[in-house]
Write a protein that binds this ligand. Structure first.
Ligand code: SF4
Ligand code: SF4
Length: 622
């Protein structure tokens, strides 16, 4: 029995998966070293999913290491901090590590070389309520470091009766990447302290740490560190199979629970945190250190592959120089070779999502052969961990039949690339899936904008009508007061004025009755003089004011919509951040479903029309 087999423990295989060459040995043998303090750091403001953080500093400000330089904006957002001490020299759109190559706001910091910290204090989380803990983690910039950068505070709390299983994702299944492996080997006890905090915050009944069997030293270190834990905790060794580090795949591997499409793992009693994120939670809570650095693997075509604790914002060029970039490197992958992407340039600053930088050369990564037609071999479906039919998704994406792609669960695709890896026709399937997703999101965005514009217009109409009505009522009340005062006065001048007012009112009422009769209205009395005085007072005033043009039924509909919205707002305000995020996800799913249905309907109509045309052509040909 080899060492790996000896480590194997209970697990529940998921569908599909592939086993690309690991390339872990190049970097896994070197201990983590502190990265360089570059002369200039480019810190992206958008370092978590959700809203970009809001800058708190100005150009020229002097800042200390760990000082918050941008605050979270809204619930789904996280703060950003100065990675070292120095001076802010720019706040401007710059290139960031993103496949689009689009510019995003970054804070450029000129380092003073002193690396002076702000004052750091431990956070007394045991005496803090859930909200205070969430706010603290948000303000310390804690996000998922596995690559998804989901703000961690949104994953704290929410499960009222506690969690069945807290899963710690230490699988690190992508080839080349070894930063989590080294972190576990070298800082296992600090990771376990972080796990203890999470276990208590989430009231987790058990903790399972999933590690692939190609990291036996990490497994030993973690097993030694969990000894003495007072709760149920285990290190589960799973076979090396990509993508076992996908959250859904790891949850299946460790708990045998399948997370269905559109369902959150917390609904099944499971929550998953990356091992590096847990480490930062520990540093933030026990040492008052915000997330200003991360361990990143520098590998590929470099002289000294290894793992570096690098400051966020360090230009990739500085990291490559640190690792001894070779002259024939031609491009650079940010992340792993399966799910990563090529960076637009080495001037971009390291972000919290950056777990690996791979220098590419034509020797290490030969050019991809040209795409050939799909031969429907089904290998992609066999490899897909999400149990999708990638060849169908490819076809629907290529023919821009996005509704059908959605119907076939396009959004369950985790873009792992396993399908493209096995495709004998060299089809870059994930590119087609990303294209389809972006098109669908763009369509949804414009539909949402149109809906919002329509709603705004209707609300405005309603508000204007209401204001007109209220004004008319106010004027009527005022006129009635005046009339009564004049009628009861002993002064002959007042009596004369009252008579004039009455006559004017009667004339106006008659005019109104005449207009109403012409318009076919029957409600107004034909004989205005016979109307009671109070009605006669109100009539001319109401006539003087603009008459509501809004259909009462429509007004009622708008009023009901406004009341519904107010109730929803109140309900939302009472929700926890996680519940809000879940609500948003639910809304999104509904919108997606509606779009899919609309697209399907459109496609059916088009097919019908085509058939009719065909029939017609057949008929005319006969
Ligand atoms: S693996 Fe490639 S060729 Fe085979 S069915 Fe899938 S897309 Fe087509
Ligand atoms: S990229 Fe998407 S479709 Fe392809 S194997 Fe991964 S999950 Fe399946």
């Amino acid at each position: 029995m080899n060492a790996r087999a000896a480590l194997a423990a209970t697990f529940f295989p998921f569908h599909g998966g592939v086993h690309p060459p690991e390339h872990k040995d190049e970097s896994s043998g070197s201990p983590i070293v502190a990265g360089p303090i570059p002369a200039t750091l480019v810190v992206p403001l958008h370092q978590s999913i959700g809203n970009m953080a809001k800058a708190l500093v100005n150009v020229g400000d002097v800042v200390l290491k760990g000082q918050m330089i941008a605050a979270a904006d809204g619930t789904v957002s996280a703060a950003v901090h100065a990675p070292t001490s120095g001076r802010i020299v720019a706040i401007s759109p710059q290139r960031v590590p993103h496949p689009s190559g689009l510019l995003e706001y970054c804070i450029t910091l000129e380092s003073d070389g002193a690396d002076r910290w702000i004052e750091r204090t431990r956070f007394d989380w045991r005496n803090a309520d859930g909200r205070a803990i969430r706010d603290y983690l948000r303000d310390m910039g804690v996000v998922g470091l596995g690559g998804a950068v989901f703000p961690s505070h949104l994953k704290i709390g929410g499960a009222k009766d506690g969690l069945d299983t807290l899963v710690i994702n230490a699988a690190e299944c992508e080839p080349f990447i070894t930063c989590d492996d080294r972190l576990m080997r070298e800082r296992a006890s600090q990771i376990v302290e972080g796990i203890k905090i999470l276990q208590q915050l989430l009231q987790a009944r058990e903790v399972l740490i999933g590690v692939e069997d190609n990291k036996p030293e990490a497994v030993d270190a973690m097993r030694a560190a969990i000894a003495g834990c007072e709760f149920k905790i285990d290190v589960v060794v799973v076979p090396t199979l990509y993508p076992s580090g996908g959250a859904k795949q790891l949850i299946k591997l460790l708990t045998n629970k399948e997370v269905p499409s559109g369902v959150r793992s917390t609904d099944l009693g499971v929550q998953c945190f990356n091992v590096a994120t847990v480490y930062t939670i520990y540093r933030a809570i026990e040492h008052g250190e915000p997330v200003i650095s991360r361990v990143v693997t520098l590998t590929g075509n470099v002289e000294r592959p290894g793992n570096v604790d690098a400051l966020i914002g360090t230009p990739i060029a500085d990291l490559l120089a640190f690792a001894g970039n070779k002259a024939d490197s031609d491009s650079y992958i940010y992340g792993g070779p399966m799910m990563g992407f090529e960076i637009p340039g080495t001037d971009v600053g390291l972000s919290k999502a950056g777990n690996c930088i791979i220098a590419k050369s034509s020797g290490l990564f030969p050019p991809k052969p040209a795409e050939m037609p799909c031969i429907r071999c089904g290998k992609c479906a066999d490899a897909c961990p999400a149990e999708l039919q990638p060849m169908d998704l490819y076809w629907f994406g290529k023919s821009k039949n996005f509704g059908k792609a959605q119907e076939r669960n396009l959004f369950d695709c985790i873009e792992c690339g396993a399908c493209a890896y096995v495709c004998p026709s060299n089809i870059q399937l994930v590119d087609y899936f990303r294209f389809s997703k972006s098109e669908i999101w763009a369509a949804e965005k414009s539909k949402k904008a149109a809906d919002q514009a329509r709603e705004r217009h209707e609300f405005r109409q309603f508000r204007e009508e209401r204001e007109k009505r209220e004004k008319a009522e106010r004027l009527a009340a005022k006129a009635a007061q005046k009339h009564e005062a004049a009628a009861s006065s002993a002064d002959p001048a007042d009596a004369e004025r009252a008579a004039k007012i009455k006559a004017a009112m009667e004339r106006a009422a008659a005019k109104k009755a005449e207009a109403a009769a012409q318009a076919g209205e029957s409600a107004a009395p034909a004989d205005a003089t016979a109307a009671p005085v109070t009605e006669a007072v109100a009539a001319p005033v109401a006539e003087a004011a603009p008459v509501s043009q809004l259909d009462p039924e429509k007004a009622e509909r708008i009023r009901a919509a406004m009341e519904k919205r107010a109730a929803e707002k109140a309900e939302q305000e009472a929700m926890s951040p996680e519940e809000k995020a879940a609500r948003e996800a639910e809304k999104k799913a509904k919108i997606e479903a509606a779009m899919a249905a609309a697209a399907a309907k459109k496609a059916a109509k088009a097919a019908e029309a085509a058939k009719a045309q065909g029939d017609q052509a057949d008929g005319s040909g006969a």
